[in-house]
Design a protein around this ligand. Structure first.
Ligand SMILES: Cc1cc2nc3c(=O)[nH]c(=O)nc-3n(C[C@H](O)[C@H](O)[C@H](O)COP(=O)(O)OP(=O)(O)OC[C@H]3O[C@@H](n4cnc5c(N)ncnc54)[C@H](O)[C@@H]3O)c2cc1C
Length: 512
């Protein structure tokens, strides 16, 4: 028998992950209602920090969210302890000092790395008789076999009352933390760029409220516009990704706002996107291999020539295609672009430059302040055309530029070297003659790059190769498997056999 347990004080632990908020929080509720004191912890894990999908902006967002929570918790003499170590080492240490009864956390629909970490911890908790209670996040269901009842359950979760957390029941715990975050790391975390969205629960509410009260009026009208969407979209994605807000909070606040007739239509549109958010994460929860493998394994057979110079130009916003480059410059600085522009830059990488989607997926994960694995990988592959069961969507950069950035406001902001050209040339500077260049004191190739590919010819060849894959045997077999797992069966649905046929005929609107 382990005698050390006799002297160790009983303790619960709240382990924060992507749930950095104080309200509608199941773990805090359980800990406050327990008979045992608790310690709240957040762990900056070196293996995650150094992984390809993580960037400093993500860590800064987490850190500033935690600082804000600690200001609030101070009123109740509490705090969240920050660790810089592997999770297993942190729990080992806590186990040596305390008699840990329960660990409360939210389920994480993460990448392979965090999944494996959780398997390791699960074993550790079992060996040491610690109960790990993991709450469902935003209606995502663990160990789901198919999607038949998923929608119904999701709506039930959204309509359950929000948790009103209270932090007065439990006393504070003192603890000497040997894994405190190191000074040089704190220095990096502290300097948070002004052009990124501010982190934390308070700002999350401000963004949500301003959207629901005024900004959302033009939501549907401006959603595809790179410039106007910055104001008319909700811009709550980083707050959802790092859990400053729960989906249920947003859903219920939006339902109230929808009662105002002038917001009815845009907010119906918005509510369906909250549903998509969880729909995509559910998909990833069921198959986190999407981080590394094609959703439809048949697309592994497609041959592409890796060209690092093209990838470099894409990453750095030097492709010579203004809308694509403006998107990249904007992302570098602000961490956000709208849905259509995300799809467009992925389409440019995978269809125009014909590079493997894995050559850009981590780069964009790092750029997106709202990086959410469960949305990012399925969306990336959907736009890259590797799901097999979706229409292949190729975004024409010039058409999108002319239609969605009509006045070139977005391009002018992020590519100031084009700002003095007339509108007709800003979208396509290669159309200028040498006389035009002299007139506007501009030299293509010097002031701004020439396009790095032949926009029309290369695209035609590449999409032909993609379409040809639809007849590949593995692609067809994989489609059948995916339809059985990821699409819902309703009374109106086609039989699986008919569904597969319809997919092959390219005329089905699927859930992807
Ligand atoms: C290649 C690619 C990668 C993406 N990666 C991410 C990601 O890592 N994290 C992320 O949150 N979104 C991602 N998206 C989806 C979408 O672009 C963002 O959710 C949206 O732009 C966020 O801005 P917003 O909060 O103003 O959205 P709004 O349009 O105001 O929508 C509100 C919320 O609904 C959800 N939502 C909106 N559109 C989608 C969508 N198409 N799919 C799933 N959920 C959606 C988001 O949670 C969003 O915050 C990606 C899209 C693409 C094409």
């Amino acid at each position: 028998m382990d005698n050390t347990n006799l002297v160790k004080k009983p303790l619960n632990i709240v382990w924060l992950k992507r749930d950095l908020r104080s309200q509608d929080h199941a773990s805090f509720e359980a800990a406050e209602n327990s008979q045992i004191p608790y310690l709240s912890i957040f762990i900056f894990e070196p293996s995650i920090i150094s992984y390809a999908d993580t960037s400093l902006r993500h860590l800064q967002f987490q850190y500033h969210s935690l600082l804000e929570l600690n200001v609030e918790f101070k009123n109740n003499n509490k705090c969240i302890f920050l660790f810089q170590a592997e999770a297993i080492d942190v729990f080992n240490l806590l186990h040596q000092q305390f008699d840990i009864q329960n660990v409360f956390s939210y389920q994480e629909s993460g990448i392979q790395l965090t999944y494996e970490r959780d398997i390791l911890l699960n074993q550790f908790f079992k060996n040491n008789s610690i109960d790990w209670i993991q709450y469902q996040r935003d209606g995502i269901i663990r160990k789901l076999k198919n999607r038949n009842d998923w929608d119904k359950k999701w709506f039930e979760t959204m309509h359950q009352p929000m948790i009103q957390n209270n932090y007065k029941y439990q006393a504070a715990i003192t603890f000497q933390n040997p894994y405190e975050i190191q000074k040089d790391f704190v220095d990096q975390l502290t300097v948070y760029p002004m052009q990124m969205q501010p982190a934390g629960e308070k700002y999350a509410y401000q963004y949500l409220q301003s959207f629901l009260q005024t900004r959302g009026y033009n939501y549907s009208k401006h959603i595809s516009k790179p410039f106007l969407s910055r104001t008319s979209c909700a811009r709550i994605s980083p707050y959802l990704a790092w859990g400053n807000l729960s989906i249920r909070q947003v859903y219920q606040h939006t339902l109230v706002a929808t009662k105002d007739i002038k917001f009815k239509r845009p907010f119906q549109n918005f509510l369906s996107r909250l549903h998509w958010h969880c729909h995509f994460i559910q998909k990833f929860e069921m198959e986190c291999r999407y981080e590394k493998e094609c959703i439809n394994r048949g697309y592994e057979f497609i041959e592409r020539e890796e060209q690092n110079d093209l990838i470099d130009a894409w990453e750095n916003g030097n492709t010579g295609v203004p809308l694509v480059d403006a998107c990249m410059k904007c992302l570098h600085t602000t961490g956000w672009i709208n849905f259509r522009m995300r799809a467009l830059i992925v389409s440019f990488l995978t269809h125009h430059l014909f590079q493997d989607w894995r050559k850009g997926v981590y780069f964009l994960a790092q750029q997106f302040l709202d990086y959410e694995p469960g949305i990012h990988y399925p969306q990336f592959q959907m736009q890259a055309g590797t799901t097999g069961i979706n229409m292949i969507r190729v975004y024409n950069s010039i058409k999108n530029s002319l239609e969605h950035d009509e006045q070139a406001l977005f391009i002018k902001k992020w590519l100031p070297q084009l700002a003095n050209l007339p509108l007709s040339f800003i979208h396509q500077p290669w159309l200028m003659t040498s006389m035009d260049e002299r007139l506007y004191n501009f030299k293509l190739g010097l002031d701004y790059p020439k396009p790095i590919i032949d926009l029309e010819n290369d695209l035609r060849t590449n999409t032909d190769k993609l379409w040809a894959m639809r007849k590949n045997e593995t692609v067809i077999a994989e489609n059948k498997r995916m339809i059985a797992t990821h699409t819902r069966k309703t009374s109106k649905s086609l039989s699986p056999k008919k569904k597969t046929k319809a997919v092959q005929n390219k005329n089905i609107q699927t859930l992807f």
